[in-house]
Design a protein around this ligand. Structure first.
Ligand code: IMP
Ligand code: MG
Length: 176
């Protein structure tokens, strides 16, 4: 880790507080329903772990892995399912848990795939959103933080598989 390249953008307290707020909002919205969370690996795993502890409702979780980036800072626009869900989502109230919404290419592809499997409802919670970079518009019900057009790491987010373990979110400056 090279600390000189990292600048804290969102600290642990801000993440904790916002996650609690999102949890309260989601709990209210899904009251009396059976919530089924789909975590998009790997980045959203840290957010999922914190979020579910602020969701005092009946819920189940499943995981999906997709790839849109081949270890580079630039999106290829191509999305591949690396790991599919374990169980069917037909007739279920599905909430997709994402780490970051950037161009929207990954999520719009994913949502189309999931919608075709006939869930009862399909919504998205994303911790971060970089609206400035959006290519495909995506309808997201819950957004943690709108962030500037910078590459960020930490709290699950990586650069070439590094920095996921940082407890806060940092902007990563790369020499090019
Ligand atoms: P999109 O298809 O451009 O919206 O890309 C979404 C995916 O790209 C996210 O789920 C992340 O895995 C990755 N990604 C986009 N921006 C960043 C970033 O700033 N840091 C780390 N990963 C990112
Ligand atoms: Mg992701």
């Amino acid at each position: 880790m090279n600390p000189s390249q990292l600048k804290v953008l969102i600290d642990e307290n801000q993440i904790r507080q916002r996650t609690r707020e999102l949890g309260q909002q989601i709990s209210q919205d899904y009251e009396g329903r059976q919530l089924h969370l789909i975590c998009v690996l790997k980045g959203a795993s840290v957010f999922l772990a914190d979020l579910i502890r602020h969701l005092p409702v009946d819920l189940s979780i499943d995981f999906m892995a997709v790839s849109s980036y081949s270890n580079s800072l630039h999106t290829s626009g191509e999305v591949k399912i690396l790991k599919d869900l374990d169980s069917s989502i037909q007739g279920r109230d599905v909430l997709v848990v994402e780490d970051i919404l950037d161009t929207g290419l990954t999520l719009s592809y994913l949502l189309r795939t999931l919608q075709a499997r006939c869930p009862r409802s399909l919504e998205v919670v994303t911790l971060l959103s970089k609206s400035a970079r959006r290519i495909k518009p995506v309808d997201v019900s819950y957004v943690g933080f709108e962030i500037p057009n910078e590459f960020v790491v930490g709290y699950g987010l990586d650069h070439q598989e590094k920095y996921r373990n940082l407890p806060y979110i940092c902007v990563l400056k790369l020499d090019d």
